[in-house]
Structures are given as C-alpha cells and as structure tokens.
Design a protein around this ligand. Structure first.
Ligand code: AMP
Length: 474
C-alpha cells in the first residue's frame, strides 16, 4: 500500500512543499520510503529517501526542489524489495534528459506480460516496481510511437490490468489517472487557482482544498498553467461498451484509510462505527468494558460500546514511535515489536469482563499477544470481536498480505483460532453484515475474504507464483 500526491501551482505556493504536507498527512499509507519530483518548466528534479517524510524533507531539501508542479509518494511495499531502487517517484530519462516522472499506488496483475512486451521493444527497467512500468509504458508510446500522452494513458487503461491511482509529471503538465475499477482511492481538490491531488481527502484538508471530489474510475486529469481537462474514459469506446464493475477496496474503509478521510463516497469513521454496531447486534452476554486495539479499532469499538451502552476505555496504550509491526521480516521480531508497542493500564483490567476489539486479524500475531497481555493484567474474561470478516486470501491489488498459508483464518477454523488465542469467545464480522455498512455494496472488492478475485485469470497466475515462492524459500 502506498500514498500519492500531486500539486500544480498557479500561485506563489511552492509545489514541492505542498506535496510534502500531503505526504506527511498520508504517512500511515507507507513508512518505508518517500519521494518528491518537481518541474520548474525546464527540467525535473527528484529527491527520495528511505524513511519518514519529515526526516527526508528538511527546509533545505525543499528549497532545492523549486518548481510549479510536483508529484510525491510514500511507499509501503507490495511488489519489489525494500530498496531505494524500488522507491517512487520514478524519473524517466530520455535523450532530452529526465523529463518525466511518475508515482503510483496499486498493484499491476499483468506486470510480467507488459514488462516483457516493452523489453522486447528495447525498454529497460531499473526496478520491479509497477509505478515504473506505468511510466515506461506511457513514455514509450509517447516518445517512440508518437502518441499524445493522454492517448498513451488511454491505451494503458486498456492494456494494463490491476490497481493504479497515479500521478505523472512532464515539464509543463501534471496528469492524474485512476484505474477503471477504482480499486484505490484518489481525490482531487482546488487550493485557490492551484490543483491538488492525493490518495486521501485528509491530505487535501491539510492543504485547505475546496471543491474536493473523488476522481472517477478511468478518469484522466490534465493540468497545465493555462488549461485543465478531465477525460472520462468510461465514455471512450476504447474500453468497450460496458464499463467494468467498480471494485473499491473495502479493506481501506476497515483498516487502511485515516478515519477523518472520505473515501468511495463513505465517511471512513462512520463505516467503522457501523461495523462496531453490527458486531454488537449479535452479542448478548454480560461485559464490563469495551477496549479497542489502538488506533485502528477505536471507531469500531466506539460503535460497539454505543450500541451496547457499555463504557469504552483506551486501556491499551500504544507507543506511537514503534513503526508497523506487520512488515517485520520474521515472527520473532513481529512478536517483540507487538510487546514494545502496547502496554496495559495498571490495575484497570483486574476482574473485568472485557470486549477486546480489533479491526482485522491477519497472522494473529498482534491479537494473540494482546489477549495474553490483558489476561496477564487481571481480566476475568476476554471476548474478542474482529471488525472484518476472516482474511483468508492474499490481496493482489495493492494491500500487502502474506501468502495464504500464513493467514491464520486460512489455516484454522474459528473455534481453533479462539483456542489458539486463548480468548473466551471470538466473533468476526460477516461479509453480509459488512455489506450493510456501506451505501452500495456491489461497488466493492471482498477478495481477501471470499477469494472472488476481480481479475481472475491474471490473478490465478500471481497466486501460484506467490505460493511457489513461499514453498521454495521455506
Ligand atoms: P496480525 O498481527 O498479523 O494478525 O495483523 C493484524 C493487525 O495488523 C491488525 O491489528 C491490523 O490493524 C493490522 N493490519 C491488518 N492488515 C494490515 C496490512 N495489510 N498491513 C499492515 N497492517 C495490517
């Protein structure tokens, strides 16, 4: 998972600083690396580093990135190793110098097919990242086949399958485009006469943007100093007569997005609140307190507590300086960092019947440690409620999930998971209940819960590859 941003300044606002602010607001979407590319009309400049936005972009660094249009990226790897060569944005060199850059959030399912096609035509890649693939596809068709950039993007939408919310920068223009099924979020807004693009609305709020709207799936925005054009490719015959079904990622609403964002026409906090209330509908046991796993389950727990008229307490304290435990490379370091990340309030849990709420369970690492911690702190009972259906399948559209075999719900029955976690009871949200928490449930992808992949043919190959890699690497 990643976050992107783009900014076109027609005012005195330096574009790179605005992009930095937008990336900072989206740091939750990726902490591994970050970067900004900027155009001053003559050439493009790029700065990228491993690590956090605030550390990578000092005032001095930003001063060197002067220009009126910029794009940026925060990365949380789904494809390609954790290395600087896989970070974004990508600058694409041509005979005229580095005059294109791209940043993208998503995952391409027919990556190998398209990359091989381009390689045969003499295109070289410096990474295994899907952002570079999109950029090289556009530049190849523009530079070598003489296509307008917009037409190259339309062709890309026809040929490249998967999830991509992308920003593409030239010396004069900023392009923003989103895949035709709308897997990943992408917002558009105005700051005076300037244009701002971001993965999440919370980033545009920080820039004080107005007229905010979600970019349409299949939409292309072209912004220059003098003009602004929105092309709705759903209307283009290029994509066929029937527009494809929308497949917004429902996991964004459950876990990934910030609760103050609006996404896929939903208030994220509101969906989480509804999820909590739904979970509560099925319970009728006596409990004393509802405790969320902070921060991602806070609103779910609140929805549960309100529906049950129970007190909710933030009784597990999270150390915000411990990064994501999820992406640690081995089980031992994952276990250790969960212990470092959470600590229970002293004497709070003694004798209490606790409803412990988390947004999701993937490998079961976090919650197993937490049940033990809460019981160790004296809780009489721990009833575990999970705000998502069991995660049984890997995601191939932009969320980093381990292989199927590592997913606890794929390996065990719910009763076995309960026993393994040593919880007094365990309930997950059902897919049907989740569907009642959004306005139009047919617009969402539930593949990580039901294995019903939106792009079945290409995804099957990726599943095989991922499983084989795991078998061969042990
Ligand atoms: P696990 O400990 O492996 O069961 O991971 C579940 C915890 O990680 C939950 O508390 C979630 O808040 C969080 N989580 C779920 N999915 C992801 C993901 N794709 N990337 C990072 N964190 C995640």
């Amino acid at each position: 998972m990643c976050g992107i941003s783009g900014y076109f300044s027609r005012s005195t606002q330096p574009a790179a600083s605005q992009v930095m602010l937008a990336l900072y607001a989206q740091q939750h979407r990726g902490q591994e690396s970050c970067g900004i590319a900027v155009s001053d009309g003559k050439k493009l400049r790029l700065h990228k580093e491993m690590g956090y936005v605030k550390e990578a972009f000092s005032i001095q660094t930003l001063e060197k990135l002067s220009g009126f249009a910029a794009i940026g990226h925060v990365r949380y790897p789904t494809r390609g190793a954790s290395a600087i060569c896989n970070t974004q944005p990508y600058l694409i060199e041509t005979l005229s110098g580095p005059i294109y850059a791209i940043a993208s959030n998503g995952d391409i399912v027919n990556y190998d097919e398209i990359a091989n096609e381009l390689r045969v035509k003499g295109v070289h890649f410096s990474s295994k990242n899907d952002g570079e693939l999109l950029g090289r596809f556009i530049v190849y068709h523009h530079e070598r086949e003489g296509m307008e950039i917009v037409d190259a993007i339309k062709l890309l939408m026809k040929r490249i399958k998967g999830a991509y919310s992308s920003v593409f920068l030239t010396r004069e223009a900023l392009y923003a485009f989103r895949d035709i099924q709308g897997f990943r979020p992408m917002m558009f807004g105005r700051v005076g006469d300037d244009i701002a693009i971001a993965s999440e609305s919370c980033a545009l709020d920080i820039l004080r943007a107005r007229e905010m709207r979600e970019m349409k799936p299949g939409e292309i925005e072209v912004i220059t100093r003098r003009s602004e054009r929105s092309i709705d490719t759903e209307q283009q015959p290029l994509l066929g007569n029937t527009p494809p079904r929308l497949r917004h990622c429902v996991f964004e609403l459950i876990y990934f997005a910030r609760p103050d964002s609006t996404q896929f026409d939903e208030y994220v906090y509101d969906v989480r609140h509804k999820i909590g209330a739904k979970l509560a509908e099925h319970d009728d046991f006596e409990a004393d307190v509802v405790v969320p796993v902070p921060d991602s389950a806070n609103f779910i727990a609140m929805g549960y507590a309100n529906a049950k008229n129970l007190p909710m307490h933030l009784a597990l304290i999270r150390n915000h300086y411990v990064g994501r435990t999820f992406i640690r490379p081995d089980q031992y370091t994952r276990d250790e960092s969960v212990r470092q990340k959470f600590n229970p309030l002293k004497d709070f849990f003694t004798g209490k019947r606790v409803v412990l709420v988390d947004d999701s369970m993937v490998r079961g690492t976090t919650i197993r440690k937490l049940v033990r911690m809460v019981k160790g702190a004296g809780a009489a009972e721990v009833h575990l409620r999970i705000g998502s259906p069991p995660v049984r399948y890997s995601c191939y559209y932009g969320i980093d999930t381990p292989t199927r075999g590592e997913l606890i719900a794929n390996r065990m029955s719910i009763e076995d998971i309960r026993t393994y976690l040593d919880a007094d009871s365990l309930k997950y949200l059902t897919i049907e209940d989740l569907q009642t928490c959004v306005h139009d449930s047919s617009h969402f992808c539930y593949a990580c819960f039901d294995g019903n992949y939106p792009l079945p043919r290409d995804t099957q190959r990726l599943i095989r590859e991922k499983e084989e890699r795991q078998t061969t690497s042990g």
